[in-house]
Design a protein around this ligand. Sequence first.
Ligand code: NCD
Length: 312
Amino acid sequence: MVSFQHRHLLSIRPLSRADITAVLDRAEQHVEKNRARDKKQSSLRGLTLINLFFEDSTRTRTSFELAGKRLGADVINISVGNSSVKKGETLIDTAMTLNAMQPDFIAVRHSESGAVHLLAQKVKCSVINGGDGTNEHPTQALLDALTIRRRIGRIDGLTVTICGDILHSRVAHSNLLLLKKMGATVRVVAPPSLMPKFLRAFLEEEGAEIHHDMRKGLKDADAVMTLRLQTERMQGSYVPSVREYFHYYGLNREKFSHAKPEAIILDPGPVIRGVQIDSDMADSVGRSLILDQVEMGVAVRQAVMELMAEGR
Ligand code: NCD
């Protein structure tokens, strides 16, 4: 049995290459089981998962719920409207209250970077980061890695280009950390307005190649990941207009032709057609793996919870 010695999954940073491979290998087994008629397993029987989402979610919350239920756990969903929640004491109070009910896992999404780390200090169970502010979204990076590995067979040596709102994207940050750890070259493409100095410094320190010209950024790439403009996190305007943004930074057939002929397209969703990606690219049969990512999301979350439960 593989050992995965992490009580929480808050960031990609503490994971070793072996940990990441262990999650992906275990998830592979679940992909097969999830395609069978009887999807029910019992590895998390008796355990409780609480989904605590302070921000909206379709894919992440549903896949945590399915992952827990398919492995036999009891799953509770708590959706907290962002506006009704205050930071600090309220978050800690919520954590303490839930902790008193003896859950085994809490999957948390919160609009503040670092809120999930704070919560993890207050509870006895395992906390899984389902996205904290603009910081990290580790299970998304793991499911993206699984999607890439299943299609291309490896991650090591690939060039992955991440395009779009890098400034506000926790998905991009976790992906950068994971892909670099696994030996990929990571390029980041964004307009200068979405790449302030501090972010540029962070990206360079983590080993990303920075581009403002999408065609150069896509040159001979093995995979391209588009990201939506996270307008809900923007104060003021970062792009002149959506039309102009799409012209320079939206993925269309012509820009995609600069990548390798067999290149693949990923997007964590929500896919905003005509902004970060053209419809014919998002729906491109054989190239777009956007729905594969959704499928892998369930398997990866099953794998993460199972490995954490075994490691206890
Ligand atoms: C992303 C998120 O919430 O961080 N979506 C997801 O989890 N699949 C990306 C986004 O909201 O743009």
